[in-house]
Design a protein around this ligand. Structure first.
Ligand SMILES: *[C@@H]1O[C@H](CO)[C@@H](O)[C@H](O)[C@H]1NC(C)=O
Length: 205
């Protein structure tokens, strides 16, 4: 599968180089004078209650633990545009990297495609288009076009599936699917970034 074999090495390289760059940046010299002056970039992402100038597109890339999902969103202009639009509020449900890496199949693989087209489903130009459409649906199933988003409020994701959340043990759980929210990474002018411990069921959304 050409598409599959391409994207993961690229991701791995970019993850590795990001980690490398950040390590270098955070430990320029082992000097106690310099170290406290360089907070990690993610600490500056959010002002509780929403900063008036910072928007989702500024902060989505800040948290390394969700940079696979953040990378996926950049493939789709209408989605990126939404995150750049300060007049459209969005709650981004970003699955943590390990949840995406641990999926039994890649986010762009659909069992129906394999049933219909066999193992070659993502080969060639048509295959790449199909993979791209599926990946878009995966991303859209993790984008809720509203913020603030109240508990129990049933909304439709950009992919069209209904979604809501419930409080549990002091945290939040996305429904359907019982997906735990591990933290809220950012709250900015046009929305929030929530980090999910799992992925939403994307095949039928
Ligand atoms: C958009 O989010 C801001 C918080 O950043 C909130 O004050 C505002 O009411 C929201 N707008 C809508 C239409 O929900």
């Amino acid at each position: 599968m050409r598409y599959t074999s391409l994207i993961y090495p690229i991701l791995t390289i970019s993850l590795a180089s990001t980690a490398y760059a950040r390590n270098k940046q955070q430990h320029p010299i082992n000097s106690p004078l310099l170290t406290p002056a360089m907070p990690p970039p993610s600490s500056s992402t959010s002002t509780p209650g929403g900063d008036s100038t910072v928007i989702l597109s500024d902060v989505l890339g800040n948290d390394r633990s969700i940079n696979i999902f953040a990378g996926f969103t950049r493939d789709f202009a209408p989605i990126s545009k939404r995150f750049e639009d300060s007049s459209l509020n969005t709650t981004i449900l970003a699955p943590i990297n390990s949840a995406i890496m641990g999926l039994p199949r890649k986010p762009w693989e659909d069992l129906e495609d394999y049933d219909k087209l066999g193992a070659e489903a993502y080969e060639g130009g048509d295959g790449q288009d199909r993979a791209q459409r599926n990946l878009r649906r995966f991303v859209e199933a993790h984008v809720v076009p509203a913020s603030p988003w109240k508990e129990g409020e049933k909304l439709k994701t950009l992919a069209g599936g209904e979604i809501w959340w419930e409080s549990r043990d002091g945290g939040k759980v996305i429904q359907p699917g019982n997906i735990e929210v591990s933290s809220i990474a950012s709250k900015v002018h046009n929305g929030e970034v929530w980090i999910l411990k799992g992925v939403r069921n994307y095949a039928s959304q």
